[in-house]
Design a binder for this molecule. Structure first.
Ligand SMILES: NC(=O)C1=CN([C@@H]2O[C@H](COP(=O)(O)OP(=O)(O)OC[C@H]3O[C@@H](n4cnc5c(N)ncnc54)[C@H](OP(=O)(O)O)[C@@H]3O)[C@@H](O)[C@H]2O)C=CC1
Ligand SMILES: O=C(O)[C@@H]1CCC=N1
Length: 262
């Protein structure tokens, strides 16, 4: 059985851990500075331990899912277990923290990977990108296989990771923001809130399915009757700078990710 460890069982680490536990295919270990958060995972069959180093010692592949500014300290803690001859690899999901930031804290030649997932992993519909240093390349397939348990996975060069973080890492929050704006707008037009919510949630889910095999322009054109309501909405939204605001948001998030590496 593959031995997988997760350090930091919050929103991302915890989601991944539960899904991997459900699959029954892994021998799992986990740690978190908040010990009280580990109980739920212990019930799911995970070995919960009190030190990050112990997670690394018990695992062939260690995922670090703490906040970006905590990654350096965790790497220093697990460093004694990460000698290249030990056959272990570490994968970080932290925004902005580069492979070179991580390698600098580990023994020379350690296998290091980066993954940028998103929170849709918690319902098995996540998307993730993966990259690795030279020593970690042979573990890419293994890490991609693990993230396939929680959604779609692609390889992406590290130079595009900050942009991908901005695009799909933060993406569910933008979709939720748009959903909330739509619901409020429906309520403003007199639709009861619970009805507006159901209509918006189904519309987003249905559109996501349409977009699997059609371009965004095709979907737009199928909906937009010439001289009709959709065209009127597009003109008003464009006058308010909708598309420009989206570009500005992605640029700001990309810049923020660049700054998180330290
Ligand atoms: N949330 C998201 O949608 C996404 C997050 N990410 C990245 O994933 C990482 C985790 O994010 P998220 O799951 O949201 O964060 P959470 O805060 O939900 O989870 C991280 C957990 O690790 C704990 N922790 C902090 N320091 C240590 C330590 N030294 N040893 C062990 N555990 C520790 C945290 O405690 P405490 O709360 O006290 O810090 C917390 O319980 C981040 O780096 C983020 O950039 C990537 C993609 C999407
Ligand atoms: O907001 C953040 O910084 C993290 C990274 C991507 C999603 N959440």
């Amino acid at each position: 059985m593959q031995k997988v460890g997760i350090i930091g069982v919050g929103k991302i680490g915890g989601s991944l851990l539960l899904r991997l536990a459900e699959s029954g295919e892994f021998e799992l270990s986990a740690s978190d500075i908040h010990k009280e958060q580990l109980g739920a995972f212990e019930k799911a069959g995970v070995n919960t331990v009190s030190s990050n180093l112990e997670v690394a010692e018990r695992s062939d592949l260690v995922f670090v899912a703490v906040k970006p500014w905590d990654v350096g300290m965790v790497m220093e803690e697990i460093s004694p277990a990460m000698i290249p001859e030990g056959g272990k690899a570490v994968a970080s999901v932290a925004a902005g923290v580069t492979i070179s930031n991580i390698s600098d804290r580990l023994p020379a030649g350690a296998a290091v990977l980066r993954v940028m997932p998103n929170v849709c992993a918690s319902v098995g519909l996540g998307s993730a990108v993966v990259t690795a240093n030279d020593a970690g390349r042979e573990r890419l397939g293994e890490v991609m296989g693990i993230f396939r348990h929680v959604g779609d996975v692609m390889e992406l060069p590290e130079r595009l990771f900050d942009a991908a973080t901005a695009l799909h890492g933060s993406g569910p929050a933008y979709v939720a923001l748009f959903a909330d704006a739509l619901i409020q707008a429906g309520v403003r037009q007199g639709i009861p809130r619970d009805v507006a919510r159901r209509l918006v949630v189904e519309t987003i889910g249905g559109t996501a399915v349409l977009l699997k095999d059609r371009s965004a322009h095709q979907v737009r054109d199928e909906v937009m009757t010439p001289g009709g309501t959709t065209a009127a909405a597009f003109v008003a939204m464009e006058k308010a700078g909708f598309v420009g605001a989206v570009h500005d948001g992605i640029e700001a998030a990309t810049e923020q990710a660049r700054g998180l590496g330290g």
